[in-house]
Structure formats: structure tokens, C-alpha cells
Design a protein around this ligand. Structure first.
Ligand SMILES: [Zn+2]
Ligand SMILES: [Zn+2]
Length: 464
């Protein structure tokens, strides 16, 4: 029972931790302890670490930390790829030497040695494919119809994606694309840069990335189940289920398998690596399931991981604007009321700076950690933020890229089909634009002749 409670508590804690990391920045949790916990985990700990390094090792330490950060996070590097391969290799070695060696047993047949190894091989194949895949790179050297196809597939929405030039690649960036600072290239329907595959995840390879997640989830859950069954079968083979424990004081006799701590002791003593592998596979399964669920959630709202940040920033901006407007309005009303009550005093206070007014609504700037009077308050350090006023925030603009869960999924499952269709549409549009330009030119030419060449051709400058 103790073990069961521990497992439940552990799973809940892990789930909560993942939830905070994934959704803590959502405007829904603005000003709540969840947002503070997210800030603390994603920035507060890093800031604290940086501060400690600077205090202990001085400027040199800070520079070394910056260089290490840049090498790890801002340039392509195979660190996590190697870590993934090492995990696969070490995991398979532990299974072969500690778990498969116990087969066959009364619960599991020998064929699982083959299927277990095959599962690892499948994961490895998808890993290599995902690493080598093209995420949907957009190059300045691409034929104009290719860039036009991206623009047709994802037109600008003017909110999250206003017109923008990529300074590095030198073209007008299609909506939903992003210049990845690590890979140094523009990627269409950019989802995120995945350090595990050392590659971007975009329109053209997200299906491979999803498949990679699915096969890893399958392998981890299969591995967890298999290790549990192998250890259970081993307990049966060794007669552990027949062992009885006697309490000499009370004379009570209980089967050992009913006492989880004793079972755990037996397992950890005889099969420590097997137990460790089981726990590792359980954690990996939880993480994989959480990440895959998050990806599926993104399809249900028609956003990429990158767009989640963009929409959140837009929402924060709108909230801040609404709060500032409401605060200004409240201040004006207060001023009017005071002026009406006591015109002489109101004139005197109006000349004082607005910040000095004891309105009680001065707030901490988000994440600055600095409370009023320059004092570092605990709440401020934790990223806490007071809500200024209860204001009505206008609804977010419509997400024009969201076409429903099935259509969003279909788009990334068949990117070639959608891009090809967009390319044909772009060509047709270009042809139509050329035709109308020619007609206008001819009409202007005829009119020009009629008027003795007085007017000039004002051909349309329609882009694309
Ligand atoms: Zn670019
Ligand atoms: Zn990248």
C-alpha cells in the first residue's frame, strides 16, 4: 500500500511538473502561483545559477558559462543525440545482461528477446530518419514558385505574423515560418528546434518527429511492462510467492508478496539494475506520453510550439494594454472626483508626478523580482505579479491557420500534397496577374494613343 501511494504521488508530482513547464506561461495563469512556479523553473533557477557563478568565479566564470550556453543551445551540436544513442545502448545492454538472461520464465517467453531488440532497432531507424530529414527549409535560391507556394499555403494574418523580411536569408518570410538561430535557416511551419535530433521540426518532417515520439512511447511502455513481467516471473520461478513471513510477537503469518516493502527489498537485492530499468522506463513513458499529448493538443488548437509563444505574447500585450487603459481611465475618474470635491487641493496634487499618487495600484514589472522601494521581495523573486485591475480584455483575433484537428493533422501528414496544390494556385494567380497587367497595359496604350500619348501606363504593382 505504501508503495502504491508512493507511485501515485510520484506520478502526480511528475504530471504537475510537466503541466507547469508546458502551460505555466499561459495568460490563464497570469499572476497566479503556477505562473510564478513556471518562471522560477525556467528562469529563476538559471538566474540564480548565473548569479552564484558570477559571485564565486567572477567575470571569467560568467564568460565560461556564456560560452558553454552558446555551444550547447545556440549552435548545432550532437550532445543530446549522443545522449539518446547512449541511453539506447546502455538500456539494451542492461536488458540483455540482467533481464533477457532470465528468460524464459513462467510469465514471459523467449520471443520477447527478439521483439524487445526489434523495438530498439525501430526507434533507432526513426531517430536516424528524423535527424537526417528536411524540416521544410526555405532558401533564397529556391525557384520563385516555391516561395510563392509557401505564401499561398500560409498567408500573413497581420497579428501573429505581420509582413517581415528575413534579414539573413533575404526574402519576405512566409507566415508560420521562422529563421532558426541554431540551424541558421528559415523553416516553413516551424514547430521547434529539437536538440534531441539536432534538427528543426517543421512542416515537412513533423510527421517523422511524431512517428519518432510514438515508437519511443511504444518502446518505453513495452519495456516497462516487459521488465515488470520478467521480474514477476522470476519471483515465481524462485518460489517467492510461496514464502511466508511470521511475526514472532503476534504469531501472525502473511505471504511475503503481500508486503510491498519486502518484495521491493528482495527485487532490489537480487535484481537492482532490472528494477532501475523498470523505473526509468516508467518515467520515460510518462514524459513521452505527456509530450505526445501536448503535440496532439497543438493540432487541436491549430498552433505550433513556436506559435504558442507568439499567441501568448500577443495575449499578454492585449491584457497589458487593457490594464493600462483601465488604469488610465480609473486615474482620470479619481482626478475628476477629487477636483469636484476640493478644487484647490486637486490642483496642488495634479502638479506632483503620477507615480507618487497613493493609488495602491503600482505593480511589479513581470519577473523583475523588484518590489516597491527597490526591495527584493520573496514574491517578486518568485516571479509573482499583482493583477492591477479586473479588466475586460478583447478576444484574441481568429487563428486563420486553424482548420480543425483532422485537417491540421492531414496537412502535416501530407505536406507535399498541400505544397504542390499551393504551388499550382500560386502559378495560376501569377498567370492571372500577368494577364490582367497585359490587358491594363494594352488598354492604357489605346487610351494613350487616343489622348495623344498624354497618359502613362500605371500597371498594377501587385506582389505575387
Ligand atoms: Zn532566414
Ligand atoms: Zn533548428
Amino acid at each position: 500500500m505504501d508503495l502504491f501511494l508512493f507511485a501515485i504521488g510520484y506520478a502526480m508530482l511528475t504530471g504537475f511538473f510537466i503541466f507547469i513547464l508546458l502551460f505555466g506561461e499561459s495568460p490563464v495563469f497570469r499572476g497566479t502561483p503556477i505562473a510564478s512556479a513556471h518562471w522560477f523553473l525556467t528562469q529563476g533557477l538559471c538566474n540564480g545559477g548565473e548569479y552564484l557563478v558570477a559571485r564565486v568565479f567572477g567575470a571569467r566564470g560568467s564568460q565560461a558559462l556564456d560560452r558553454a550556453y552558446s555551444a550547447c543551445c545556440e549552435r548545432p551540436n550532437p550532445f543530446l543525440q549522443v545522449a539518446y544513442l547512449a541511453m539506447l545502448a546502455v538500456g539494451l545492454w542492461i536488458y540483455w545482461t540482467n533481464l533477457f538472461a532470465l528468460l524464459p520464465n513462467p510469465w514471459v517467453g523467449e520471443e520477447h528477446i527478439l521483439t524487445g531488440t526489434a523495438a530498439v532497432a525501430v526507434c533507432l531507424a526513426f531517430f536516424v530518419a528524423a535527424c537526417a530529414s528536411d524540416p521544410g527549409t526555405i532558401r533564397a535560391s529556391d525557384p520563385p514558385s516555391v516561395l510563392a507556394a509557401w505564401h499561398v499555403l500560409y498567408p500573413l494574418d497581420g497579428h501573429v505574423f505581420p509582413a517581415k523580411q528575413c534579414a539573413t536569408c533575404g526574402f519576405e518570410r512566409p507566415a508560420r515560418s521562422k529563421h532558426c538561430g541554431v540551424c541558421g535557416k528559415c523553416v516553413g511551419r516551424h514547430d521547434h528546434h529539437c536538440a534531441w535530433i539536432n534538427n528543426c521540426v517543421g512542416l515537412k518532417n513533423i510527421r517523422l518527429f511524431l512517428a519518432f515520439l510514438v515508437v519511443n512511447l511504444a518502446m518505453c511502455s513495452y519495456g516497462a511492462l516487459l521488465s515488470a513481467l520478467i521480474l514477476g516471473g522470476e519471483m515465481e520461478r524462485r518460489g517467492v510467492f510461496e514464502v511466508k513471513l511470521i511475526n514472532y510477537r503476534t504469531g501472525r503469518v502473511v505471504p511475503m508478496w503481500k508486503v510491498p516493502t519486502k518484495v521491493m527489498e528482495w527485487l532490489v537485492f537480487y535484481h537492482p539494475l532490472g528494477v532501475a530499468m523498470f523505473l526509468f522506463m516508467c518515467i520515460a513513458t510518462l514524459l513521452m506520453a505527456a509530450f505526445l499529448s501536448y503535440q496532439l493538443y497543438l493540432f487541436s488548437v491549430g498552433r505550433t510550439q513556436y506559435e504558442m509563444f507568439k499567441w501568448r505574447d500577443l495575449h499578454h500585450q492585449m491584457i497589458e494594454q487593457a490594464e493600462a487603459d483601465a488604469e488610465e481611465e480609473a486615474r482620470r475618474q479619481e482626478e475628476t472626483a477629487r477636483r469636484e470635491a476640493d478644487p484647490a487641493a486637486a490642483d496642488a496634487s495634479a502638479s506632483a508626478p503620477a507615480d507618487a499618487a497613493p493609488s495602491g495600484r503600482r505593480s511589479l514589472s513581470r519577473g523583475s523580482g523588484r518590489g516597491s522601494g527597490g526591495v527584493w521581495t520573496l514574491w517578486g523573486l518568485l516571479g509573482g505579479r499583482k493583477r492591477r485591475l479586473n479588466v475586460e480584455v478583447p478576444p484574441l483575433p481568429r487563428n486563420i491557420y486553424h482548420k480543425g484537428f483532422a485537417a491540421n493533422l492531414w496537412e502535416v501528414l501530407m505536406p507535399e500534397l498541400h505544397l504542390d496544390r499551393a504551388r499550382k494556385q500560386a502559378l495560376a494567380e501569377a498567370r492571372a496577374a500577368k494577364g490582367s497587367q497585359k490587358q491594363e497595359g494594352e488598354a492604357a496604350g489605346v487610351a494613350g494613343k487616343g489622348q495623344g500619348g498624354g497618359s502613362k501606363d500605371r500597371g498594377s504593382k501587385k506582389a505575387r
